[in-house]
Design a binder for this molecule. Structure first.
Ligand SMILES: *[C@@H]1O[C@H](CO)[C@@H](O)[C@H](O)[C@H]1NC(C)=O
Ligand SMILES: *[C@@H]1O[C@H](CO)[C@@H](O)[C@H](O)[C@H]1NC(C)=O
Ligand SMILES: *[C@@H]1O[C@H](CO)[C@@H](O)[C@H](O)[C@H]1NC(C)=O
Ligand SMILES: *[C@@H]1O[C@H](CO)[C@@H](O)[C@H](O)[C@H]1NC(C)=O
Length: 248
């Protein structure tokens, strides 16, 4: 009775561990979000990351076209003075500032900026300020060491602006050393499986003098597993078919 119970617990624990590992691995590989770590840094689940922090030390990026003048200072806010105007953009500093022939507009601060990766793996800064939205698409420039910033024209409407930032800092950086969470889990999984089977075989052989298939720990369970899976598949299949018959 006691051994039977012990075996059952063993089965449940094994199943639980296997299921949890599959769930963790599955969730880990399906999310491709770039988790924002700092105002100009985000990291991907596979360990690659983006770091544009160097742009914080540079002068604000600048563009001038279609009667608009734009200054962009990524990563940190700073008071931006446009041209000969004594007017600054937002008293305490801003990240994006624009001016047309009539107005100087604060387009948002670092606190209003989100760094993200779209479904199509396009990296961007999105700045929401009041009711304006600025999208700054970040391109990786490996050709030269230059950073450039341009306003996309024509401007679709005065509440939506889009820009291009081309920079060597826009490239994904490979993690220098260490393993990603996923790899560590996979390695741990195989080590556990190895310890479970090899350790189990040694213990069962030494303590119980088991031979052949009996040396495999929980061999009843592992022998039954394929038929259990088959039963499960058959059950699901029959269930769905019965369901569709009912509907007809
Ligand atoms: C990101 O870049 C900044 C500026 O070059 C550097 O000081 C910092 O160490 C970098 N961070 C990482 C995690 O690479
Ligand atoms: C820029 O402003 C000038 C003078 O106000 C105007 O003639 C011109 O059409 C404007 N250009 C654009 C692209 O809006
Ligand atoms: C937001 O924009 C509206 C209209 O453009 C303006 O009246 C309001 O003062 C702005 N609010 C802030 C916090 O800038
Ligand atoms: C300047 O920008 C403001 C705000 O978007 C807009 O209301 C105004 O018409 C613009 N002026 C010119 C000359 O484009």
């Amino acid at each position: 009775m006691k051994t039977k119970l012990g075996k059952m617990c063993g089965h449940n624990a094994t199943l639980f561990i296997v299921l949890s590992l599959f769930l963790i691995l599955f969730c880990d590989t399906t999310s491709s979000e770039c988790m924002q770590l700092a105002s100009c840094m985000c990291s991907l689940p596979d360990g690659h990351y983006y770091n544009l922090t160097s742009l914080a030390d540079a002068e604000p990026l600048f563009d001038n076209r279609n009667n608009w003048t734009v200054y962009f200072h990524p990563c940190t806010n700073r008071p931006i003075v446009i041209g000969n105007d004594t007017k600054t953009c937002g008293g305490n500093g801003v990240s994006l500032c624009m001016k047309n022939n009539t107005e100087v507009l604060n387009m948002g601060t670092v606190q209003e900026t989100h760094m993200k990766l779209t479904e199509n793996n396009v990296l961007l800064f999105e700045i929401h300020h009041n009711n304006t939205k600025s999208t700054i698409i970040i391109f990786c420039n490996r050709v030269d060491n230059k950073t450039s910033f341009t306003l996309d024209t024509p401007i679709p409407d005065p509440k939506n602006f889009s820009f291009r930032l081309m920079s060597p800092y826009g490239c994904a950086i490979q993690p220098e050393r260490g393993l990603s969470t996923g790899s560590v889990l996979v390695i741990l999984f195989f080590i556990s499986v190895g310890v479970y089977f090899i350790g189990g075989i040694i213990v069962l052989k030494a303590l119980r003098g088991a031979t052949g298939w009996e040396m495999i720990p929980n061999h009843d369970f592992w022998c039954k597993l394929p038929s259990l899976v088959r039963d499960g598949v058959v059950f699901t299949f029959n269930c769905c078919r019965a369901d569709s018959y009912e509907r007809i």
